[in-house]
Design a protein around this ligand. Structure first.
Ligand code: URA
Ligand code: URA
Length: 191
């Protein structure tokens, strides 16, 4: 993982390297059973050098806390694109194609039981354009023998707070699966 990190930190394969302040490799337990996959770093992440530290990240941490999940123990957090697209635009297909092999390498190394793509861009990397986040979120899917639980991106929850109710049902499924497969004693104040 350290070798991969050094490679990614010095990557110049696409133009995003010209405007970035930091490469956001990912963070969390490198043996975590859950891999959370966002889209791309935003302004705050680019400035600070860590994933999900802005408004979306604060909401993500709040939801994780309600599940009893921490970055230290239960999850690893990464993105499909490791450098900030200027103005927080959606990464292009070309940028995604160039960067996503790094994510696949992270999946191999972490070997998580559960993948959690946040939103449409991350979902598409695994299942193509035919899968709609609005249709498949909250459903257990399978990707090369790993469980996948697609959920809305926290930025979508901030834009549309009414999506939070369904999303919380999705996260409860993850907590229950975590108890079933990983730790029957796992504690959450809310599930
Ligand atoms: N949004 C993302 O998709 N990833 C981050 O790291 C931060 C915000
Ligand atoms: N509890 C809820 O009801 N919703 C969340 O998103 C997190 C905790």
């Amino acid at each position: 993982m350290e070798n991969l990190k050094q490679e990614v930190l010095s990557c110049t394969k696409c133009d995003l390297h010209k405007t970035r302040h930091h490469v956001i490799f990912g963070e969390g337990n490198i043996k975590a059973p859950i891999l959370v996959i966002g889209e791309a770093p935003g302004h705050d992440e680019d400035m600070i050098g860590r994933p999900f530290v802005g408004k979306s990240g604060q909401l993500l941490d709040k939801i994780h806390a309600a599940c009893g999940f921490t970055r230290e123990q239960h999850v690893y957090i990464s993105n499909i694109v490791k450098c900030r697209p200027p103005g927080n635009r959606v990464p292009t297909d070309e940028e995604t194609r160039t960067c996503v092999p790094y994510l696949f390498k992270q999946i191999e190394l972490i070997d998580p039981l559960i993948l959690m793509p946040l939103g449409a861009s991350a979902l598409r990397v695994f299942f193509g354009k035919e899968y709609r986040i609005t249709q498949v979120r909250g459903n257990w899917l399978n990707w090369y023998n790993r469980l996948v639980m697609p959920v809305y991106h926290p930025a979508a929850l901030l834009r549309n707070p009414h999506l939070k109710r369904d999303t919380w049902e999705d996260y409860k499924k993850i907590v229950r699966k975590y108890r079933e497969l990983i730790d029957a004693e796992h504690h959450s104040d809310y599930v």
